[in-house]
Design a protein around this ligand. Structure first.
Ligand SMILES: Nc1ncnc2c1ncn2[C@@H]1O[C@H](COP(=O)(O)OP(=O)(O)OP(=O)(O)O)[C@@H](O)[C@H]1O
Length: 545
């Protein structure tokens, strides 16, 4: 148990701030980008971009298991606080002259006593869910050696989904189920937006993509490149509509029952495949109360449970389990290579071998593209695993250096139409204001009157549902854009004329003011002239004393 920053039992450590009650003490590393993202904005944006930032990396250290305790393993993981981890006992496998310990720094470090709820509250997953609702492509993936607690962190301990009825109140629930609850809470709060949820669940087993929601058919699905979305996708994967929380829960239960599990020396219930559970969130929001334009955004959240890296010498795998292990290690190696290239500023812009494995094809977006990613590195504190733990921490430290630039990208046609529509609305408002100002002056100068009459009826916009745009033919789309462009042009002209009218009015106003001043002066002169004359008359005609 670590002893810095506190005299009480600590459960996790975050990088830049310290907080929590006496029961939950933690320290944070460099402030996580996920901490900085505000809650879902209600304003529709054409393209939202945050500054480039590193992937968020948190580490969870599981407690020692019975085997490790029985074998009298030393605890080689220490927690200096501030999101740091000190790994000791390196001299047991490296050369005599090599370092005995190594210090790493992450966004958050969860110590063995951290609960599932702590991980949910402080890992940044809540912000990830909010961003998926906003329209970002987000991913949470768990990485670590076999038996390090990846599945435990994401979905809970083994057996949670084999029972007939899952207990919704179990404190053992992992990030996935807790995120579902959080997601539905968020959707309930956003009454201004219409949401549609869909979910899919797949596994990559021995380099084959298997649909976990279609257990009758374990044939491998193809991974293809989409020119439209410029990303890889799985062909013919079941995507289930999820109107209620129960539907998402059913997807999770079904997938967990169907995933490939096996047993070996280090884990009785070892995942033999990488799994990806995806929730697609489509939102449709009206641009403004009076507007007939709807903006659609497609966010998603991927929960990726990577199979654990394995040393067959330790797992004592053979036959089928060994083949699985070789495939797992091969795809993790490609993932490692991609991460290492992406984290190196010199190699980042070069070739990244995403195509070398199905896993990296499907994670390409999350690693380097426009997505937001949270990596949870899971480790064991036992001295017998120090070599694997060092590898995991190195992997995680490298991932932390990857820069991403999360964006919400809309269809370019949608963007053009929405921006034209926006400009039109702004021009309409400005023109309305100018017309009112001109009429208030009650000076209906010819031009202003003409402007109001001529353009008043031009801005009748065709109602358009942006979601339907993809179903429109190119001719219809061109017509629509022409229509918007014409309206825009007419409004600009009206705007120009109104400003011109306002200038004329201001000039007239100035002329009237000058005239007014001149007349006042003349009147004053006349008055002072008359007074002088009257004074002279009175003096001259005053009665003699
Ligand atoms: N933080 C934790 N607290 C309590 N038990 C844990 C924790 N993490 C893992 N365990 C337990 O350790 C065992 C192995 O964990 P788990 O199956 O999640 O590992 P894994 O990394 O997914 O392994 P694999 O790669 O082989 O699938 C499970 O019985 C799990 O419940």
């Amino acid at each position: 148990m670590a002893r810095k920053n506190s005299t009480t039992q600590r459960r996790f450590s975050l990088a830049s701030k310290t907080g929590g009650s006496s029961e939950s003490i933690f320290s944070i590393g460099s402030c996580s980008k996920l901490d900085q993202f505000g809650s879902a904005s209600s304003l529709p944006k054409l393209e939202t971009e945050t500054d480039g930032d590193g992937i968020n990396v948190v580490v969870r250290v599981r407690p020692m298991n019975t085997k490790e305790l029985e074998a009298k393993n030393q605890n080689v993981v220490k927690f200096p606080g501030s999101g740091q981890i000190l790994l000791e006992g390196l001299n047991t496998f490296s050369s005599e002259n090599g370092p005995k310990s190594k210090l790493f720094s992450f966004n958050v470090v969860f110590e063995p006593k951290a609960s599932q709820n702590d991980v949910f509250n402080y890992s940044g997953i809540k912000k990830l869910v909010s961003m998926a609702v906003e329209g970002f492509n987000t991913t949470c993936f768990c990485y670590g050696q076999t038996g390090s607690g990846k599945t435990h962190t994401l979905t809970g301990p083994p057996g949670m989904f084999v029972r007939k009825k899952m207990d919704p109140f179990s404190p053992d629930h992992g990030l996935v189920y807790r995120s579902f609850l959080h997601l539905f809470q968020q959707l309930r709060d956003r009454t201004d937006v219409h949401f549609v949820l869909k979910a899919s669940f797949l596994e990559i087993y021995n380099e084959k993509v298997i649909d976990l929601l279609n257990p009758g058919n374990r044939t491998s699905l193809s991974v293809r490149w989409s020119k439209k979305t410029r990303s890889f996708f799985v062909e013919n994967l079941f995507t289930v509509d999820c109107e209620q929380l129960d539907d998402l829960q059913a997807v999770l239960e079904e997938g967990m029952k169907n995933r490939s599990v096996g047993s070996h020396n280090l884990n009785d219930c070892s995942g033999r495949s990488h799994t990806i559970l995806t929730v697609h969130i489509t939102s449709e929001q009206q641009m403004s109360d009076s507007s007939d334009v709807f903006i659609t955004k497609q966010g998603k959240i991927n929960f990726v449970d990577l199979a654990g890296s394995e040393m067959s010498k330790k797992t004592k795998s053979s036959g089928k389990t060994l083949t699985e292990a070789n495939n797992i290690n091969k795809s993790l190696m490609v993932l490692g290579y991609c991460i290492s290239s992406l984290s190196d500023p010199k190699k980042r812009t070069g070739h990244i071998p995403y195509r070398d494995s199905k896993l990296t094809k499907l994670l390409a977006d999350s690693l380097a593209g426009s997505g937001v990613t949270l990596m949870i590195a899971c480790i064991s504190p036992a001295s017998s695993n120090v070599c694997e733990t060092l590898n995991t921490l190195r992997y995680a430290a490298r991932a932390k250096k990857i820069r991403t630039k999360p964006i919400i990208v809309m269809d370019p046609r949608e963007t053009l139409i929405v921006s034209l529509k926006r400009e039109i609305e702004a021009l309409q408002k400005e023109n309305e204001h100018l017309r009112t100002a001109l009429n208030m002056n009650n000076c209906l100068v010819g031009n202003a009157k003409k402007s109001s009459e001529t353009y008043g009826k031009l801005t009748t916009l065709k109602p358009v549902n942006v979601e339907k745009l993809s179903q429109m033919s190119p001719i219809e789309l061109v017509d629509l854009i022409k229509h918007y462009a014409a309206d825009n042009e007419a409004l600009r002209k009206e705007n120009f004329d109104l400003f011109h009218s306002r200038d004329l009015l201001m000039r007239d106003h100035q002329i009237v003011c000058h005239e007014n001043e001149r007349l006042i002066k003349k009147l004053e002169n006349q008055r002072s002239g008359s007074s002088a004359k009257l004074y002279k008359y009175l003096i001259e005609n005053a009665p003699q004393a």
